[in-house]
Design a protein around this ligand. Sequence first.
Ligand SMILES: *[C@@H]1O[C@H](CO)[C@@H](O)[C@H](O)[C@H]1NC(C)=O
Length: 276
Amino acid sequence: MGVSWNQLSVVVVLVVISSVPVLASAGNFYQDFDLTWGGQRSKIFGGGQLLSLSLDKESGSGFQSKKEYLFGRIDMQLKLVAGNSAGTVTAYYLSSQGPTHDEIDFEFLGNLSGDPYILHTNVFTQGKGNREQQFYLWFDPTRNFHTYSIVWKPQHIIFLVDNIPIRVFRNAESKGVPFPKNQPMRIYSSLWNADDWATRGGLVKTDWTKAPFTAYYRNFNAKPWTPSSFSDSEWQTNELDAPSRRRLRWVQKYYMIYNYCNDWKRFPQGPPVECK
Ligand SMILES: *[C@@H]1O[C@H](CO)[C@@H](O)[C@H](O)[C@H]1NC(C)=O
């Protein structure tokens, strides 16, 4: 007998761990998404495992989910436009339809080679946004794929980057702030040009000699909410656990570069009620 139980259980644990990402990446872009904009500039390949969007001087491109979601956890891995991406914006968001729509936004604002991207976030409820928070990232988002997630529950919306919470938008209906809870949302993404505002406030323009600009997507995973799809404890806990709260504070302390809640110039009467 060459193998002890200890060794065997190590092997079992390794097999279980290494199979988790495979299970989590069961999504297939052909099945789950429609390419909606930009013609040949959006592509699905690798048997449905990889999607790319590109932008050139004539047009950007985009896609949207076939399904709508009302609460759930949605994960996507993105690898952003590399090199000189100044003026480009990769938007990745959930949105419902119509003038009183709800929306949960990630927007990645490109930059010159070697200068940091800005991750811009926003939450719209009943057609009203103005809730921007912006971050630098603690890695270069163009080198590798990283996971960007939205956890949308009746109690709160959490934005995560590589499973680290960067922003929590709590349900503040008790203070009169509408919360997205009645309108199902689709997932959308687009790559477009916004060199009138995106990079250093519009000072740095897109260098079209570097076009086409391309962003990549993989490992889409959506866990829609149904009363049975999540364990009770996962869905009923209102708050982040202590390690997650620490990570959130770390991101907010060292990487947050703009928070509408602290913008006294913009809100001279004091910040919006959900900030308190
Ligand atoms: C681009 O780089 C400049 C200089 O480091 C920085 O001020 C800015 O926040 C960066 N990001 C964007 C999107 O402008």
